[in-house]
Design a protein around this ligand. Sequence first.
Ligand code: ATP
Ligand code: MG
Length: 235
Amino acid sequence: MTVIIKLGGSLLATGRELVQFLSDYAIKNELSLIIIPGGGPFVKIIKRLSEEMAISDDAAHWMAVLAMHQYGFFLADGEITIPVVESIDAEVDTDVEEECSGNTGRICIVLPYKILKADDSLPHTWDVTSDTIAAFIADKLGEKSFIKLTDVDGILDEDEDGCECENGNVNLIEEIHAKELIDKGITGCIDAELPRFLLLHNMSCLIVNGNVPERIIDVINGRETETVCTRVISN
Ligand SMILES: Nc1ncnc2c1ncn2[C@@H]1O[C@H](COP(=O)(O)OP(=O)(O)OP(=O)(O)O)[C@@H](O)[C@H]1O
Ligand SMILES: [Mg+2]
């Protein structure tokens, strides 16, 4: 079984330990885990620069994609070095076959620049960042869903002021259709483009708190309806 996991830049502080934990889990359970890095602080610098200075959408796009590389190298640099791959085309690069596929139980981190250069079909806007790129790569790998690990429990249902709901608590959305996210203009902790991409490709995304390992294990094993997360569905 192959599982695609986007590991958010919001998990910078614990990200490397999390990758080591997932690596152990993949080996023990004979899983193939493909990690797609977020952008984290590396992309935030580019965003700030693009607001302060003239940076074209094209330049900002590739700079942001390379920010994912930086986070990818960081995540790979843990106690046990994790393999990185720059291609998901097994004919071009057998690494992915050896490192990410099969039933041997492996983990790898995908660096997306060459993959996106080879297929430059995603729009070059700030609506497209690592969440949409993770969905794009999952789609290329023939997967219909991916897991987004972030630093919150999922998409929180905010009121109009963007802070809290009934009883003063912020409610977690357990399941929502991508179309509803688009219609209501909800983005929360995901890229604005992600719901459109999911809808177009009949894909789903499970948003999970990466700081709670048992929830990660639950969603990896298909128990997403029994754990705390947000399921973004498209059919
Ligand atoms: N409605 C919402 N529901 C959930 N999180 C929200 C919402 N609105 C804003 N957020 C913020 O989104 C953050 C998570 O998204 P963020 O893009 O920062 O992380 P990430 O996607 O894990 O990292 P990266 O984009 O760097 O890969 C949360 O820490 C939370 O503060
Ligand atoms: Mg994000």
